[in-house]
Design a protein around this ligand. Sequence first.
Ligand code: ZN
Length: 428
Amino acid sequence: MDTTVTALQPSASHSTGEYALHRASWVVPVSRPPIPNGAVLAAGNRILLGGPYGEVKRESPSAATEWDHGDAALIPGLVNGHCHLELSAMRGRMVLPKAGFPQWLSDLLALRGCLDSAQLQEGFHSGLKYLQSGGVALCGDITGGFLPNAACEGDFPERQVFWELIGFNLLSLSDALDGGGFGSLSSIRDEWWVSLAAHACYSTSAPVIVEAKEWCRKTNRVFTIHTAEHTEEMEFLRDGTGYCRALLETLGKWAPCWAPPRATPVDYLDRLGVLDARTLLVHAVHMKEDDWKTVAASKAAVCFCPRSNRNMGVGKADIPSALRHGVTACIGTDSLASNGDLNLLAEGVQVLNDHPSVRPETVLQMLTLNGAKALGRERDYGTLEPGRRAAIAAIPLPGFVPPWELAEAILHGGNGEVIQWCRCPAKN
Ligand SMILES: [Zn+2]
């Protein structure tokens, strides 16, 4: 086991703020094996070094404040790869589980129409708090208009915001932006944490998907899209028929000239040229073997939302296949319209229950490092390596836990009430 102290010379940007030395029975950097009786030294909001307690202590300035977390695992703040915080006001209002996407969507539309903007705002902020209490340091948040706020820059969770574009009958990105009331893209050019999402292949036109991805590519941002979530989506792209077609016609969004690509969603997106290492596909429930090969070859990442899929009754994603193909796979809660809570560790436990062949260590990596990679933020989040944000969560352990049981104990140990942030926010 490599438990070497990794030191980083403090730079000007790292040395601002006070020194904090956190120790616990286990330090779990994720990027390397767990360290028994470990410690992490942070200066301000950055990690300076980590390793065995004795060695880190020796390297620490005498002014460092020491915190002993006892029987606990210090882990990187979790990364929720996909959520919709603006739907948090739906918590407890949807009867779950549903019998499929059509039933879920019709209930969602009916209930959402009853919520006023004050309720939506309040829900949004409560959603942020749920994430914070569950140890989430970073989330990929899909929004139709909840703009970035101060929380993006300072307190956890940071939001990596995706403005969502919808419009099956629209001919260009500017049409979609106008229709969504976004204004021009120049207004977010300097807001690096804001990117674009297309809703899905059955609800956003090909030109809008292609142009949105092109803008993300030019500005070096991650692009995301719901992909292969339900059988209705598969039928629509294959035959142009079914629930999605009827929905578009009912909403007046049907495009009469459109012809079905007769492809899977992944194949369709590949033909559009939008799959690359900075594309994040969400759900990936209905995937063929060739789809996994295509995703793996493109290096696109995938975010699985197992409890949302289960609650909507759309099926179960084949996570072991994604991992076997070497796909960067992360995990998201989706929204409180299709999930009972935003507890990411519970999402990880669901993966263990659904897929006994997936190791707990792998799930922990999906919840941290892989999520950070998928959102393009691995320089700041996902591990406890020097230079990363000091987003350190302490998961209490029931006394001594051997290394081979550690990851599973962590996944089962956090339930939102017991997770402690080591430094989050500063007022904590
Ligand atoms: Zn979603």
